[in-house]
Structure formats: C-alpha cells, structure tokens
Design a protein around this ligand. Sequence first.
Ligand code: ADP
Ligand code: MG
Length: 461
Amino acid sequence: MTDRSRGDTLASHPTQVKTMTQEQKDFSDLPLNKQLLNALIENGFSKPTPIQSKAIPLVSAGHDLLGIAQTGTGKTAAFVLPLLMKVKYAQGNDPRALILAPTRELAIQIESHAQKLAIYTDLRIASIYGGSGTKLQKEKFEKGVDIIIATPGRFMDFYREQIFITKHIKTLVLDEADRMLTMGFGGQIKKIMEIIPSKRQNLLFSATFPPEVEELSHDFLEFPERVEIAPQATPSAMIEQRTYELPNRRTKINFLQYILEKEEEFSRVLIFCRTKKNASDVHHFIDRKITKASAVIHGNKDQNTRINAVNRFQNGEVQVLVATDVVARGIDIRGVSHVINYDVPHLNEDYVHRIGRTGRADTEGVAITLVMPQEWEKIEEIESVIKQKIPRLDLPSEVNIAPTEKEEAQEIARILDYQKQKRDPSYKGAFHARKEKSGSVPKERKHASKNKSKGRNKRGK
Ligand code: ADP
Ligand code: MG
C-alpha cells in the first residue's frame, strides 16, 4: 500500500520533537478568536498547558498531528480549541468533525469540555456512545450536528442506520489512541477511516506511545507534526507516589480502613481495583465500616448509575469512588486528593493512567499502591516503564496485620515460586516438579515461601 510506505518513511524522519520553550505563552498568543478566549476565561483556564501551546498553532495551520502527553495535561482542549476555530459556526445538517473516544464516559466528558469551550459559538456538538438507548442520541441529529464525539461501535451503528452522512467530515480526532487499541478498536477505526472522506485533517492523541500506536499513526496520519511533551509514560512530578507491602488480602482491607479513617485529608479518594468483584467488595466494605460516603463504577453498572456516581464524587457528596480500569479510563475528575491502587494494575501503562487522576493541572496529589508479596515483580516492571523507583513505606504500626490464611499463603507461595523459576530456569521448585492440583500443596513449600517472602520484604531497604 502506498500509505504504508509513506508512513514508514515518515517514521524514520519524525517532524522534529518539539520541546518546551522558556517563556510560557498566553492563550491570546494562540490563533483563537474572542469567543474562545472568553470561554477560556469563564472556565478559569488562564494559561495554556505545554501541549496546548504546541499543538494549537500546528492544528490551526492544518497539519496532521501526533500528540503524546501524559494524562491530565490538557490534551482535550489542545484539539477542541483549534477544531472549534475550524468548524467555526453551525452549518448544514451533517457533522464536519468526528472525535473518536474509547469509552462512553470519555465521550461524554469530551462533549462537556467542548460544550463549555463553545458557549459563545452556535456550534452543535453531540456525543454518541454504546451502553445506553439510541433514541435520545438520535434526537440530537434532528436539528443538525457540527461535531460528533463517538465511541467507534455506536458511530458505525448510526452510520449504517443513516442517522447522518459522513461526506462532510473534514477532521478526525482519535483521542486516547493507546487505550482504543488495547480495547480492541483497531479494526473498527480502520473501517471508520474507509467511510469518511480521505481528504481530511487527522489528529491522534495518546498518553503513551507503544508500537501499536506508532503503527496506527503510520496508517492514519499524513506527514504529521509530532508534539511530545513529557517522555512517554512519565507520571506528573506533582504526584507523590508510595507503595506499601501488605502480606495478605485481609490486611489490605484493614490498611484501607486505617488510611480512610485516620487521615482526614483523604478528602477525594479514587480507589482502583482490578476486577468488578473487588471493586464491589471494597465499596461494600467502605459502606459498612467507614463514615466517608463511597460509590462504585464498573462495567456492570448501567450508564446512568455511573454518570451519577461520578457527578456525586465531583460535587463532593461522595468522598470515595471505587473503580475498575476500563471504566475509569479517561474520566476527568478534578481535585482528587489521593489515588489508591487497591490492586496493582494488570497493564503497566494503566499505572500511569490511574495515578494521572490526581495531581492534575498544577495541583498536588498522592498515589498509594498496595502491594502483595507476589506483586513486587509487577511493580519492578512498572518502575521500568515510568523510569523511576516508587518509594516504599513501612506499614504504620496501628494497622492490624491479619494472619495469612492457609490457602492464600499457598497461592502466594505458588506464584513466588513460579516467578523464581522464570528468572532462574535451573531452579526447580517442588511445585513445578509435578503437575500441581489447586489446593494440594506439598508441606515443604510453605517453608520455602515464608523464607522467600522474608527475602522480598527486605526489598528496597
Ligand atoms: P488529558 O486529556 O491530557 O488527560 P484533560 O484535557 O482531560 O487532560 O485535562 C485535564 C484537566 O485539566 C481537566 O480538568 C481540564 O479542565 C484541565 N485543564 C486543561 N487545560 C487547562 C488549562 N489551560 N488551565 C487550567 N486547567 C486546564
Ligand atoms: Mg484525554
């Protein structure tokens, strides 16, 4: 394909990586009109963030753009502002710009961000997303729409139903491209590119730049300008990060109780769990045992329940929000005081996204990760992704350390054993010498595991 070879050539000559200049720009130095400048003032945005300063002139000049900047650095306005300049005023019935986002929460959030910036324009902005009925979303098209924000599946559904025509789309934005690809939207994105005009401006934003995103950028962008603000996957310097080792699940919940009760400055806490079940369990626990109000959002909750939970968290009615990765991804919640990784994330990059919920736009935040003995390996991987060591603190003496139940001890021992064997193939754990049946653990393993977790306990000190 000619597209491919073009991409490959470009890849070896990226159009220069822009670096921060000494002096900070003002929004009035950027190609924005009075309506937008007034909207910015109204929203309390006094200075552009670095990605905004760099991206807005390039996008306004009509370039394709690859924007890489960590979570919470203001990427939304970096593409929304020049897009509003370009689309300018309400015209015709059909959309002229399309923003694709991976989740409904994000689509809704981008819409509300765009609506706020567009208050002094007559632009019609609509978001469409799966997981809720189509009727209300279809109604948005009755009076015409200028800019659509969509999740890929719902966009295709509406296209097939001919709710709108795509031939006027002149700008395509892929937001959170890294997440789109981990969520498996690659194929759908390609289909969408086939049904919208090929002559258009393309913008791709991502917090991280793994090889899959690089490949997508080759297929998708034409002679792009590249704006990279922080080295990839670097958490904001405003976030204080800590880890604690918890010997077992009971102690984890005890520790959570301790920090939520003891520390009153834990005023707006976002807790991440790896599974829906853990998220529900943690939420119920907080409900029963702790005076702070909590809500939970995960994939089993319907759309309205989730929006409601986020709103109550946003307005302070709820101090603790428990979430899973997929659902929380991209949700913009301001002024989070603490992120707690109740479970170490599955994907290393999720660590960056999770802790990016705090320390946003010039405020400080704290990110606390609860680590089980078998999870230090994961933490080391994360540390190599973020290129920094995460300080490890001792558990406060007040935390009630529960004994490890037999089954859990066995499970931990099994994983540590496996990890050790992976690092040292000559190591023959008693475990792997035979085909293990779950639950039946040879006696001598327990000793080995005890010793090993002691060894791990010394880590980092
Ligand atoms: P990203 O997409 O990079 O994760 P967002 O666009 O969601 O970041 O912005 C993060 C937060 O910072 C939002 O609450 C947004 O309203 C705020 N924000 C963005 N730009 C500015 C600015 N120039 N000044 C102040 N706050 C800003
Ligand atoms: Mg974003």
